[in-house]
Ligand binder design. Structure first.
Ligand code: RIB
Ligand code: CA
Length: 324
């Protein structure tokens, strides 16, 4: 079973990614980063989610701010807690005490050649780990990220939030030589949970009830801010290459991160051109392909598979309520 470590900023869709990974893969660790809220809040959310799901998985807290540039949070979408819409249980465990950057390095060293990192928030932890331990790029089997876009952005006309928060960190990933998979907004927005899915989750058990509340809030936020009709399952799409590769189509192309200050900062520049040698006489050639970019998805099938993972979650029993 594929070993994965999710580096996340829970976050409504991060929460689904954790459950989806725990259902179908060998989730060996969770690391947290700022993004949808402060790193203190995303860490508290990760611990509460691991408690709710009954997961025996270590959680390591990570970076509170980007490598460069100003700190911004996604509270406008995910709310004051970073995961508004349902009451999560108080955590029944603490973090590992190790910084996420060191935790990522340690887990990659322990599972050499077997571990896939799945960043679903700003990529500051992973970028710092690659810079701190140059051998990390050889130890990792791959990095499958939610981020970027081949079409329109969300945070700016051309940039997606996870990349936009820390383009310098993302640049370290895309230049690392590690095998990359990228699930961008161009596909993740096709996998959206709607009111009928939320109704299916409600009443399906404690985890389903929690997600019904979370996604009702998330859907309302996305409707109000982006005018969307469904709540995009962005983050679990990063796991699809290892769970349901039949539902996504990829093209391996050169991807470069735009770093310059200005309207394109944080853009994932994907080069889909098909050039002939003759073309190279007059135009800029292509760089070496460095990423499998998702270009097609069976959105409804992805949503159905993820909803089934939630309604079918049979994890360990929930923490018993304390004495009355
Ligand atoms: O742009 C979507 C991404 O930003 C998702 O990871 C969501 O959780 C937020 O972090
Ligand atoms: Ca996220």
């Amino acid at each position: 079973m594929q070993k994965v470590l999710i580096d996340c900023d829970p976050g409504h869709d991060d929460a689904i990614a954790i459950l989806y990974a725990a259902t179908h893969l060998d989730l060996v660790g969770i690391s947290t980063v700022y993004g949808n809220q402060t790193v203190e809040k995303t860490t508290a959310n990760a611990l509460s989610l691991a408690t709710l799901f009954g997961l025996d998985v270590p959680v390591a807290q990570g970076c509170a701010a980007p490598l460069a540039g100003r700190l911004r949070h996604g509270g406008d979408i995910h709310g004051k807690t970073g995961i508004d819409g349902a009451e999560l249980p108080a955590p029944d465990r603490g973090t590992t005490g190790m910084h996420a950057v060191d935790f990522i390095i340690e887990m990659a060293s322990k599972h050499r050649g077997e571990l896939v990192l799945c960043p679903t928030g700003p990529m500051t932890n992973v970028g710092m780990a690659l810079r701190k331990e140059p051998r990390l790029a050889e130890w990792l089997k791959g990095i499958s990220l939610m981020g970027g876009t081949t079409q329109i952005g969300n945070t700016t006309p051309v940039a997606e939030f996870n990349i936009w928060c820390d383009p310098e960190a993302a640049d370290l990933l895309f230049r690392s030589g590690v095998p990359l998979w990228m699930a961008g907004l161009n596909v993740t927005r096709q996998a959206g949970i709607g009111p009928a899915d939320i109704d299916r989750l409600a009443g399906s058990g404690p985890v389903g009830d929690t997600f019904a509340g979370l996604f009702a809030f998330f859907l309302d936020s996305l409707r109000q801010v982006h005018g969307l009709a469904t709540a995009s399952l962005h983050d679990p799409c990063a796991l699809l290459p290892f769970i349901r590769p039949d539902l996504v189509t990829y093209r391996e192309v050169p991807v470069e991160i735009a770093l310059a200050q200005g309207p394109t900062r944080g853009m994932t520049v994907c080069d889909f051109r098909t050039l002939t040698p003759k073309a190279l006489e007059n135009i800029q050639g292509m760089a070496r392909p460095n990423c499998r970019v998702a270009v097609g998805i069976d959105g409804p099938a992805v949503v159905a598979h993820i909803v089934s993972a939630i309604t079918g979650w049979s994890g360990r029993k929930l923490p018993q309520p304390g004495p009355a």
